[in-house]
Design a protein around this ligand. Structure first.
Ligand code: FMN
Length: 177
């Protein structure tokens, strides 16, 4: 699969087969995600892999619906965590007024890289931002120097997800000469 096919065909997957990831693939996905760019290569993103009974408990913090089903079914859910104070704050160089927002920017780049890497290896993913962060962070024993930012379900897709429409290039792109 080339990069363009990977970008175009990756979809958010909300139904998963019960099969586990092939041994070593989780580590490969995280290694590939580590190649995402980050502010001054500060690499503020960390991952906690959730499986087993803790995953079933986690689903309770997602309410009803497709995202809770995805967390229940997917063999692995990754808790994406950020270490604040690394991104956007480089001593000796000009900072800018976006400040700590660069932390979340770096998380986005890392997670997109992770989702594309997982897809290239044959897996579906779902990014989940809407859940009870405080409850989930407590359940997962997220260290106090990290913030739980997002969940990502990973597993073999059990659905052919349709592609939601995108804005056109004309809507997205403006020019200045
Ligand atoms: C930051 C972020 C948070 C998201 N949170 C959720 C979520 O809580 N529940 C959900 O079902 N999908 C969630 N999604 C998936 C989006 O709904 C999905 O990416 C979008 O509809 C486009 O579909 P596609 O990924 O198949 O191209 C999230 C995506 C992103 C990038």
């Amino acid at each position: 699969m080339d990069a363009i096919e990977c970008i175009l065909k990756r979809r958010s997957i909300r139904r998963y087969k019960p099969e586990p990831l092939v041994e070593g693939d989780l580590e490969r996905i995280i290694e590939l995600a580590s190649w995402a760019p980050s502010w001054a290569n500060s690499q503020c993103v960390r991952y906690v892999a959730i499986t087993g009974s803790r995953k079933a408990q986690l689903a309770e913090f997602l309410g009803q619906g497709s995202k809770a089903l995805a967390v229940s079914q997917a063999p692995v859910v990754l808790a994406v965590c950020a270490i604040h104070g690394k991104s956007g704050v480089l001593p000796g160089r000009p900072d800018n007024d976006k400040g700590d927002a660069w932390t979340y920017f770096d998380c986005g780049g890392a997670v997109q890289t992770l989702c594309l890497a997982a897809f290239a290896l044959g897996y579906g993913t779902l990014q989940i931002g809407a859940f009870d962060y405080q409850g989930a962070a407590q359940l997962l024993d997220i260290p106090s120097d990290m913030e739980l930012v997002e969940l990502v379900a990973v597993g073999f897709a059990d659905i052919d997800a349709a592609a939601p429409a995108r804005l056109t290039v004309a809507e997205l792109l403006d020019h200045r000469n």
